[in-house]
Design a protein around this ligand. Structure first.
Ligand code: ZN
Length: 120
């Protein structure tokens, strides 16, 4: 099954689709990740699957363009402050957040982008 067919064809044109594997939700503090070494996207099953696939697919596109800046999530201050810092100090993460908001908007990326990042 191809988990990317809902994305616009133009995004998939001329590239090899990344491998996507699913993980059962067991309280892990992330919804998914992309590993540059294996070029594989891991997605935690649950409510934010579509936005996570979009987010990690954006990292895959960055990878294909040679942008392999690794970023690690960590909590500094409150959750809200951490989200703000993560997406405002990391260009590839900001791009991935905008990408998921554009192609798979949900309550979470809308809250992060509009309130926590842009503050409006
Ligand atoms: Zn990311």
């Amino acid at each position: 099954m191809n988990h990317l067919t809902w994305l616009p064809n133009s995004l998939l044109k001329g590239i090899t689709p990344p491998k996507i594997v699913f993980e059962e939700f067991k309280g892990q503090p992330y919804s998914g990740y992309f590993l540059h070494a294996t070029q594989k996207i891991t997605v935690v099953e649950g409510y934010t699957e579509a936005s996570t696939i979009a987010h990690e697919f954006c990292h895959y596109l960055q990878h294909l363009k040679g942008n392999i800046v690794a970023s690690t999530w960590k909590v500094e201050g409150t959750y809200e402050e951490s989200i703000h810092k993560y997406f405002t100090t990391n260009k590839s993460e900001y791009e991935a957040l905008r990408f998921e908001y554009k192609y798979a908007k949900d309550y979470l990326n809308e809250w992060w982008l509009r309130k926590l990042v842009h503050g409006n």
